[in-house]
Design a protein around this ligand. Structure first.
Ligand code: FES
Ligand code: FES
Length: 337
């Protein structure tokens, strides 16, 4: 394994930050405050409820950049790999407050200030999605602003001035985020191989595909299999809502059923051995198109090996019979067969 596969890399303030000697269980919040001395991001609840620690992540979605406000207190450092991290320190430019910050001042949107960096970052996420090089696009409605701020709590100012700031921020001279330049930089950080971050006895695996994920799970399972005595089955799937494709790998699991709206049945069998049996086992992936009205039924042994009072197994055939009968089915009738 190369160093590149072990080191997490992300953008902060436009520069690439490489991380290799931090526990993968360390939160982004603690990393910012303790390691990078960026103390603008605050800790409130430390469990993802209050929004005081809100930062914004920029990530590639195809050729575009998508921004997302997240809670830094429940985000692990290696999860930043390949992304751009924005904190409240990144907003001020050439000594001037960013329009979001200036609007919070104008509208008296802060009292004790503890929640303020979090609100500012959530508002900046909205602002940066609206303001482009050609000016301000469609402003968010109050409902959209409220939705964007649902994860941020303020105990002293009240929300009306903050919502006003969310409108007023567009009245200042626009400052736009150069998304094309950001996309270029992010492309330089993308990796084809999985990130396999390790520090002490802690690991963080970030696969880039289902195949990499199942290979990593299999290696881990093999290292704990007690010479093949312990193994596990798994079914891994990824649905792309854009093109309605469903990719999967079946590692020895009961083959899920696709019941097409026409009533025909398909089984999802492609994959390989259960995890933990063979170290370098190869796994074949499958892909199907799911259409409106299709059913994807994923089930475990617990269903098909369940027995009734007469010690009779439910069995896969009964499950298929149920699916063949369609949705309006009498459960008691199915069980008795
Ligand atoms: S500190 Fe409260 S959500 Fe992170
Ligand atoms: S300004 Fe004090 S908690 Fe919001």
């Amino acid at each position: 394994m190369t160093d590149k596969e072990r080191v997490a890399r992300f953008l902060l303030g436009g520069e690439v930050v490489e991380v290799a000697d931090v526990s993968p269980a360390k939160s982004v919040l603690n990393f910012l405050r303790e390691d990078l001395r960026r103390k603008g991001t605050k800790e409130g609840c430390a469990e993802g409820d209050c929004g005081a620690c809100t930062v914004v992540l920029g990530e590639l979605a195809g050729d575009e950049v998508r921004l997302r406000a997240v809670n830094a207190c429940i985000q692990f450092v290696p999860s930043l790999d390949g992304k751009a991290l924005y904190t409240v320190e990144d907003l001020r430019q050439d000594g001037a407050l960013h329009p979001v910050q200036q609007a919070m001042v104008d509208c008296h949107g802060s009292q004790c200030g503890f929640c303020t960096p979090g609100f500012v970052m959530s508002l900046w996420n909205v602002y940066a999605d609206c303001v482009t090089a050609s000016g301000c696009g469609k402003r968010p409605s109050e409902t959209e602003l409220r939705t964007a701020l649902t994860g941020n709590l303020c105990r002293c100012t009240g929300y009306r001035p903050i919502l006003e700031a969310g409108q007023r921020m567009f009245d200042h001279p626009p400052v736009h985020l150069d998304r094309a330049a950001l996309a270029q930089k992010l492309k330089g950080l993308q990796r084809s191989e999985a990130l396999a971050y390790k520090h002490g006895n802690r690991r963080f695996l970030a696969p880039r595909s289902l195949a990499q994920l199942v290979a990593g799970m299999n290696q881990y399972a093999c290292s704990n299999s007690q010479n093949g005595l312990r193994f596990t089955t798994a079914f891994l799937g990824e649905y792309d809502a854009g093109d309605r494709s469903f990719s999967y790998i079946n590692a020895g699991h009961n083959a899920p059923v696709v019941r097409r709206s026409s009533g025909s049945i398909e089984r999802l069998t492609l994959g390989g051995l259960p995890l933990g049996i063979q170290q370098d086992s190869l796994y074949e992936s499958g892909s199907i198109a799911l259409q409106s009205g299709d059913w994807l039924v994923i089930f475990t042994d617990g269903l098909v090996e369940a027995v009734n009072q007469a010690d009779e197994e439910f069995g896969e055939q009964r499950l298929l019979d149920v699916l063949n009968m369609g949705a309006a089915v009498n459960r008691q009738r199915c069980w008795i067969g």
